[in-house]
Unconditional design. Structure first.
Length: 438
């Protein structure tokens, strides 16, 4: 009953918002009628309701109202629903020969507004409704202690899931297979599937994103296979990523040139030396390239570092683990700001223009770090390094060198264009919040 009430509230709020977008699109389309574009034959809401029902139908098809998704996964499903609805509506109007009665500009404006604003609207609606404990789903988590603690922390911090941990009167169950034997796992599934209609099993393998995989059924023998692809090594995806970088560069270049002039001036005013710091880094297929950064250190500062390390030997051990110093004496005042805001890496847009880097990818490793990459070296160096990446938005300096490598391997195995978009959005948030940068 609680879930039905919650779903009704979500559907009701979505309908209200879709109607609000309709009136906003009408207002915006009407306001540009004086320009040299076709006249707008204003339509009434009653004649537009079929569009709203198509969108809601696709929301239902994507199981937005029946499964609690993470914000980013749900946002992708919302955007897909709007995009598909747009083409369905255009096709229907053409087949029914009523396309002249509807302004194509108005329809495009409506769906564009929906794609941009609907995920944000749903986020605030969920935040409000899930602020009431009654609407949260009581969830039992089963598994070894370490893995259970990890999931408990996730559902506590990720309020968008609308879950709360409980060991009593639970409504669904999450079984974490890692650490459990096959026999223990089967017993858990058999036990809890009798007690709840919602049972989730976390796969033992954690370095594959199964959300991007296809499940194939072998009905005669009652087995399933999971299709796994190395997505970033598929030729089609390589070209998609290149196109994404090209389009992103076109948008970023004007802003980059403006910021470049300002950064160049403050670097020159702060200390003597070049504007750029250039260093050979490992690139795709183990080919090194000259990587650009804005200079953040005093020139000829090796002596400063040597003296500092003699007085602070603990910094040597810290560097061996994290490949950074806690307090680097070589960094200038302006350099400290550039690093804390990650603006020093903005110069790598030059490398993107030269085709040596991507906007998103593994970090560009130093040549001397090659031997430390271990078994992951060949894997990581099969793709272009990126200005930002999964490790930059997943803890940054709180991660060890090994943990960074694991994240980058995970990124390559599970690449998607949406994942790149999400990482870029999260990077902006990290940069603005100056999270983890030193």
């Amino acid at each position: 009953m609680k879930q039905k009430i919650l779903n009704s509230l979500f559907i009701g709020m979505d309908i209200i918002f879709l109607i609000a977008i309709f009136y906003l699109a009408v207002y915006l389309r009407t306001s540009v009628s004086n320009l040299q574009i076709p006249n707008f034959n204003e339509i009434i809401l009653k004649d537009f309701l079929f569009v709203i029902f198509i969108i809601l139908g696709l929301f239902h098809h994507e199981k937005i109202y029946t499964i609690k998704y993470d914000f980013w996964q749900e946002s992708l499903k919302v955007i897909k629903s709007f995009a598909l609805s747009y083409f369905i509506v255009l096709a229907m109007l053409t087949i029914l020969k009523t396309n002249l009665e509807y302004s194509r500009l108005f329809l495009s404006l409506y769906f564009l507004l929906g794609i941009i604003s609907m995920p944000i609207f749903r986020r605030y609606v969920r935040k409000f409704l899930y602020s009431f404990e009654i609407f949260k789903t009581k969830t039992l988590i089963v598994g070894i202690e370490k893995e259970v603690s990890l999931f408990k922390k996730e559902i506590q911090q990720n309020w968008y899931l609308g879950q709360c941990y409980t060991e009593d009167k639970y409504e669904n169950v999450i079984i974490i297979s890692k650490g459990l034997s096959t026999e223990e796992l089967n017993k858990c599934i058999s036990k809890y599937i009798q007690e709840t209609s919602e049972l989730y099993v976390v796969p033992y393998i954690t370095d594959i994103n199964f959300a991007n995989s296809n499940i194939i059924e072998y009905s005669n023998i009652r087995y399933n296979t999971i299709q796994i692809q190395n997505r970033l090594l598929l030729p089609k995806n390589i070209w998609i990523k290149k196109l994404f970088d090209f389009i992103a560069v076109l948008f970023v270049i004007p802003i980059f040139l403006f910021i470049h002039i300002i950064i160049s001036l403050i670097i020159k005013l702060d200390s003597k030396g070049a504007i750029f710091f250039k260093q050979h880094r490992l690139g795709k297929n183990d080919n090194d390239f000259v990587c650009y950064k804005y200079r953040t250190m005093y020139e000829n500062s090796d002596g400063i570092l040597e003296s500092y390390l003699q007085k602070n030997p603990d910094e040597v051990a810290y560097y061996d683990k994290y490949h950074k110093y806690k307090n680097d004496p070589r960094i200038t005042k302006v350099g400290n700001f550039l690093r804390s805001s990650s603006l020093d890496e903005l110069a790598q847009i030059i490398n993107v223009l030269k085709g040596e880097m991507s906007f998103v990818g593994p970090r560009p490793y130093m040549l001397k770090e090659s031997c430390k990459l271990g078994e992951s070296q060949d894997f990581i160096l099969k793709v272009k390094p990126g200005i930002t990446g999964l490790w930059q938005v997943s803890g940054r300096n709180d991660l060890t060198f090994k943990e960074r490598n694991e994240l980058e391997v995970w990124y390559i195995k599970n690449w998607s264009l949406w994942a790149d978009f999400v990482i870029l959005i999260k990077t902006v948030k990290v940069v603005l919040g100056k999270v983890g940068a030193r």
